[in-house]
Design a protein around this ligand. Structure first.
Ligand SMILES: Nc1ncnc2c1ncn2[C@@H]1O[C@H](COP(=O)(O)OP(=O)(O)O)[C@@H](O)[C@H]1O
Ligand SMILES: [Mg+2]
Length: 218
């Protein structure tokens, strides 16, 4: 029997075993409930499950999840972020917060591991939506507000002086990347050109490494 995993249902979870996993699909056998013994296939990991497919979580015990319109995201354990105290904050939940229907688009992007651009008028709920999803799943977030004061060294890092000579201090972007934090680039339309050029470079590098990974896998 394959690895134990949990498949979301409308009410909770079905315990399943993963029989086979390829780059195009995962084959499962259901181990509990009314469908016990049935085999099913679902899309591969990292593909948004959306309205059509349940989500699958590989774990010995049933995971906690945040659910919205057929989608779900696993609630993270604080122990998954050993450097939490130095770099980012866990976001407090606002109660009540209304997760409007477009939340599902953001969740699909999160599952796919995509960068997301939210645009709209002031106060429509762009920043709070990201932060409130993070709050519900225990995802640490670094938030930078481009109010004209953010410098390249705030973002990338700077050389400082330590006991043994010069040291490199990571800025917000490498801190987020090294630790698995989200980074919210608030009011990015007010960022200076030298800051925007860094993001363009990062996106090029990420695209390059993604295409190298695909080539290496295929
Ligand atoms: N769906 C919502 N439910 C509850 N409060 C909300 C919602 N959307 C926005 N708010 C509140 O409205 C205020 C402005 O939202 P914010 O996310 O900062 O807007 P934006 O980033 O688009 O300018 C915040 O205090 C936020 O908590
Ligand atoms: Mg905002």
């Amino acid at each position: 029997m394959g690895k134990t995993a949990w498949l979301t249902t409308k009410a909770g979870f079905d315990e399943v075993a993963i029989v086979e996993e390829t780059s195009s699909c995962r084959t499962l056998t259901i181990k509990s409930g009314a469908k016990s013994g049935q085999t099913m296939t679902i899309p591969p990991s990292g593909r948004p499950h959306g309205d059509f497919h349940p989500a699958l979580y590989v774990a010995d015990k049933q995971p906690d999840v945040f659910r919205h319109k057929g989608r779900s995201l696993r609630v993270l354990d604080v122990a998954e972020f050993p450097n939490l105290e130095q770099a980012a904050a866990l976001v407090p939940a606002i109660e009540p917060y209304t997760f409007l229907p477009h939340t599902s688009k953001l969740i699909d992007g999160i599952i796919a591991g995509d960068h997301q651009l939210l645009f709209g008028g002031t106060g429509v709920g762009k920043t709070s939506l990201v932060l409130q999803i993070a709050a519900r799943i225990g995802q640490p977030v670094i938030r930078l507000n481009f109010n004209g004061q953010v410098s390249v060294s705030d973002l990338v890092g700077s050389v400082g002086f330590g006991k043994n000579g010069t040291v490199w201090n990571d800025g917000a972007l490498p801190r987020a990347m090294r630790n698995g934090f989200w980074i919210v680039l608030d009011e990015i339309d007010f960022a200076a050109p030298e800051i925007l050029s860094i993001f363009i470079l990062c996106l090029r590098l990420l695209r390059h490494s993604a295409s190298r990974n695909t080539t290496a896998k295929s």
